[in-house]
Design a protein around this ligand. Structure first.
Ligand code: HEC
Length: 140
């Protein structure tokens, strides 16, 4: 995970990331079985997208760098506007894979997470959506 961005843009995020990492590490120790989407989310995504999928503050306004903050993954964001295939590609290969040349703080997780782990994380995110958003996303 690229800890440079949250650390620089907002010290509170770093604090949150540390708290979340410690929490994720302790739950991982408690239940070592198969990949758990929620634990993986907390470990790899929550530092930017929020422990409750709430995203970064003012996520629709550009940062001084010109890039966008991390959007929420709950139904107030627009992750549910993407098909399963697009979501997997965004997380695995980066946003530039679907928008060539796009400059973003969202890292690509190829080499860090397996496809199966990414799908577990996406399943965890999806089960938090209300029926309407799940229905719309399923039909993409
Ligand atoms: C270093 C911060 C950071 C981390 C860690 C991070 N993201 Fe992101 N993510 C972003 C940012 C910033 C964006 C918005 C990118 C943009 O539009 O420029 C984003 C966008 C996305 C999008 C596209 C959302 C949309 O509505 O179009 C998805 C899906 C996503 N992230 C999933 C994940 C998942 C899953 C993880 C964990 C495996 C993760 N992200 C980890 C910063 C991060």
């Amino acid at each position: 995970m690229d800890s440079r961005i949250p650390g620089v843009s907002c010290p509170m995020n770093l604090l949150l990331a540390l708290t979340v990492t410690i929490f994720a590490a302790s739950t991982a120790l408690a239940q070592p079985a198969q990949p758990d989407g929620e634990a993986l989310y907390l470990e790899y995504c929550a530092s930017c997208h929020g422990a409750n999928l709430e995203g970064q503050p003012n996520w629709m306004e550009r940062l001084p760098s010109g890039r966008l903050p991390a959007p929420p993954h709950d139904e107030t964001g627009h992750s549910w506007h993407h098909s399963d295939e697009q979501l997997l590609r965004i997380v695995r290969d980066g946003l530039a894979a679907i928008a060539p040349g796009y400059q973003t703080d969202m890292p690509a997780f190829r080499g860090t997470l397996s496809d199966q782990e990414i799908v577990e994380i996406l399943d965890y995110i999806k089960q938090t959506w209300p029926d309407r958003e799940r229905e719309v996303q399923r039909s993409r």
